[in-house]
Design a protein around this ligand. Structure first.
Ligand SMILES: [Zn+2]
Ligand SMILES: [Zn+2]
Length: 423
């Protein structure tokens, strides 16, 4: 059967052969396995019905997204972690969302949309319909567009959608984008989140004001605070500057692992001469000083972009190995007061395959709430198993999406999930 063999090929060799030299590795091998249920069709578009062996058959339009009233994260649990109770939906993305049609070099957009769709608190907020009912944006609203998209995608598991609205309004997200041209996925993500941030603010609130950061649900989910501290070595005076961020961009030139890249990012740096010499406000003179960046407020969802371009060789891509794990403790890189550890768990990996930063192909891996990993490559949706990781050639990772492990680890997440599945 032609369909079956093509599925098998897809499933066993889902990675682009041109990327076999690519060097970024998971710690453990990702094994690709055949779907437990046969595919129902593979004609014009990739089509799956039930790839996820642990969930039941779809029962209706709401089956992809399940509200779990029995096991909600209660508001106190969220406030304890500094999170807004407004986001405490006991909602989980159980099934994988729809595949997305490539509308002409739109893989950069598709892969970002897929990571966003499978960002649980975002999906939960959007599904609550809060924004749309009170939207005051004239013209194209990025938030309404994302809300429509996420809702459609999560209700169309096993099908393929065209994200026409977001593609057609690409230049409303940023004037730098051009339709039908391959764009940078990270630039798209940053611009999209900023547009969504602007759209969710009450009218009259400037988008770069403290009250905007406080009110914006985009910042409540993705937002953190970076502290830049300069300490005078003569009088020990510390000058602190705080900057909100929606993602972190890390240099990987001198880093073999994500941990090391974060360590380099937050390493103290001497300011002791030349242009860098520091003028101490208290000593009123040029002094030796130590400068250090730290994460002062950790976001709930942390997206880390790996800088893969050479500053002096445009288009050249840094294709080095950067190891990372499914869990990350951010505590060593944080200056805010957090008791206990600050564990994050991996739920999304955005990949760029290709030799230069100007061309190539984007796709992503996402994890659903019941710990099933999928490859989302435009209209192709494949189930993968990450039960055993070992160094295996994987294409180059562009960004890593992590979510705060609210209750101290995946075990409890799994228990929560089991309850959800039983209900
Ligand atoms: Zn809107
Ligand atoms: Zn001083």
């Amino acid at each position: 059967m032609a369909e079956a063999s093509s599925i098998q090929t897809e499933t066993l060799n889902p990675l682009d052969p041109s990327t076999s030299n690519a060097s970024v590795l998971f710690h453990r091998e990702i094994k690709f396995q055949l779907a437990k249920k046969p595919f129902r069709g593979f004609s014009s578009d990739f089509h799956i019905e039930t790839l996820n062996p642990t969930t039941s058959e779809p029962r209706g339009p709401s089956s992809a997204l399940s509200v779990a009233p029995a096991k909600r994260h209660d508001a106190s649990e969220f406030s304890e972690f500094g999170l807004d109770p407004e986001l405490s939906f006991g909602i989980t993305v159980r099934k994988i969302g729809a595949g997305l049609r490539n509308l002409g070099n739109t893989c950069f957009l598709n892969s970002v949309l897929q990571c966003l769709t499978h960002t649980e608190p975002l999906a939960a907020y959007l599904q609550s319909g809060k924004h749309k009912s009170s939207c005051h944006v004239a013209g194209f609203c990025a938030l309404c567009a994302i809300q429509n998209h996420v809702s459609r995608a999560l209700h169309a598991s096993g099908r393929t959608l065209s994200p026409e609205d977001l593609v057609g309004n690409l230049r409303c997200i940023s004037r730098n984008f051009q339709n039908a041209r391959q764009e940078d996925a990270h630039e798209y993500m940053v611009n999209l989140l900023e547009s969504m941030h602007r759209c969710c603010l009450p009218s009259g609130v400037p988008s770069e004001s403290p009250s905007a950061y406080e009110k914006s649900f985009v910042h409540k989910i993705f937002g953190g605070l970076l502290r830049s501290q300069v300490k005078c070595q003569q009088c020990s005076f510390c000058s602190n500057k705080f900057d909100p961020f929606l993602d972190l961009s890390l240099e990987i030139f001198k880093a073999e692992s994500l941990h090391k890249a974060l360590a380099n990012f937050t390493a103290a740096e001497w300011l002791d001469g030349g242009e860098k010499q520091y003028n101490c406000q208290r000593c009123k003179q040029k002094v030796r000083a130590l400068k250090q960046l730290t994460v002062h407020k950790a976001p709930y969802v942390l997206t880390i972009h790996l800088k893969r371009f050479h500053a002096y060789e445009p288009g050249q891509k840094i294709k080095k190995k950067v190891r990372f794990d499914c869990a990350l403790d951010l505590k060593p890189f944080v200056s805010g007061s957090y008791e206990g550890d600050l564990k994050y768990s991996l739920y999304g990996v955005l990949v760029h395959s290709g030799h230069s930063t100007h061309s190539g192909h984007y796709y992503c891996y996402v994890r659903t709430s019941n710990d099933m990993w999928y490859t989302l490559d435009d209209n192709k949706v494949l189930l993968i198993s990450v039960s055993s990781f070992s160094p295996a050639p994987l294409p180059v990772i562009a960004s890593i999406w992590l979510r705060r492990a609210l209750d101290g680890g995946t075990k409890k997440e799994k228990e929560t999930m089991n309850l959800v599945l039983q209900n």
